[in-house]
Write a new protein. Sequence first.
Length: 586
Amino acid sequence: MIFIQLLFWALTFSGSALAWQSFLVKESVSVIPRGWTTSSRAPPDHLLRLQIGLRQADPTSLYDALANISDPRHVQYGQHLEKEQVEALVRPHPDASESIEAWLSHHGIPAGSVSRNGAGDWLSIEVPVHKAEHMLDAEYRIFEHEDGSSIVRCSSWSLPADLYEHVEFIQPTTMFARLKPQRSFVHSVSPGIVLANPIDCSHYVTPDCIKELYGIGSYRPNSSAPNHLGIAGYLESYANVNDTTFFYQEFAPKAFADDFTFSVELINNGFNDQSEMAASLEGNLDVQYGGSLSFPIPNTYYSTGGSPPFNPSSGTPQNTNEPYAEFLSYILNKSNSELPTVLSTSYGDEEQTVPYSYAVSVCNLFAQLGARGVSVLFSSGDGGVGDGKGPGQDSLTCISIDGNYTPMFLPFFPATCPYVTAVGATSGVPETAASFSGGGFSNYFSRPYWQEGAVNAYTPQIPSSYSGFYNASGRAYPDVSAQGDNFIIRQSGNLTTGFGTSCSAPTLSSIIALLNDFLMARGKAPLGFLNPWLYIIGSTGFNDIVTGTNPGCGKNGFSAAVGWDPITGVGTPNVTRLMSLLSLSL
């Protein structure tokens, strides 16, 4: 009898072990994205912080709830969900949780060392390269970029057959995206510059000219309302308090008189170095315009850490650099009362360099924020329809990385996620579409119902020669736009000008914060996920931009036109009209 029991246990253990050794390829890349080359094997003891996304039990339930909450025609419009309600919608199936636990246990990873988000669909573990290779049947190598940076990645990874259907993604594996701020270029101007007309955006952009151009006027929000503007910062992008104080003194005197400033929250060992030389143009730009335009609404700068790209000479440091996961896990763990009502982000990269599974999962997290009443805005990119190179210029960079080398425009993620509001750029007065303004059509995400009419009205104007360069049924972007050229910024004690959709995103985000204040002062909920309202009702509150193109990939790009277009979206905000429009629903 004892022999039979031992034999049964032995067979069971053997079968279980074999179950974790029968691999199926989960994800691979045929071509390493441009700019990267592979070198040596990664050091076996190099630490990786693996993010693991589990398949949700009912993938459509969140999106159905979000549609009801965000569609102004629905009876549930504005009835945002609480943290626990959203987590219940996205929880993984018990089979997925049990399978992942068994797999981790088989590889000797203690349950107590596994980090989980509130819903349990995102896990994080820290393992050395040699263990990750064994778990994923992968080979991690050092990949070097032409700018001199390096990362540790693999070109293919697999999962045991018993786990395959339960896991959506594991990163870092095949992700070569380089999260970077969207800013075209900068140049210094005289510290003692005198503006001929501070309310005229024709030459330089300041908070006063934005207020004049977009009809903000003297509107003063209520600082005690539960309204809050959040600004996401990554990759050692620091916002400097002294620079911001002096910027307010010169360009936002009311904020300066009230000693107004931004608060900082540090995430995943983030920093906010206040030494003069550590200040980043991106961080300063975001807080200076976010604060001056939305004053006195509280502003928070979220500085998310994560190891910089791998340095082969520095031993075996942790290699995280998947900051969206770290930031979103942190922010979604907050109660609704702690969340910002608007979140501005000016980072991203080519959509195709982000693995599809990871992009979909991150987009789902943005949808969760929207369901909880947060308006999530992203810059639309600075390369026009791709690389920013128009006719007559080398456009060999605009090709697919699926092994087919297909000529194509290069959509920009996360702007292509349907659950964020993508912000393009304009320039000058009268406003025209900025040539660098990113826009086009996603290859990953299908077109949502709420933008079908607006986009279908535009597509007959697309040159027939562009056929095959874009996905005619994809999510179209940007959704809106704002000034993005010649912004005056205080940087390391001097005045500088910045260009790019990095300027547009915090500008538009500040205006959404003002609109939230207008609603909340009248007992209404904040706007939350903007896009259905924007396309169904709100577009009449925007100034239509009808001139300009966004060249790239050897093409002229798309042309601005009457109505929505893939350079400026539905246009730039007219706050007076928007508040009148919102008043109709009160």
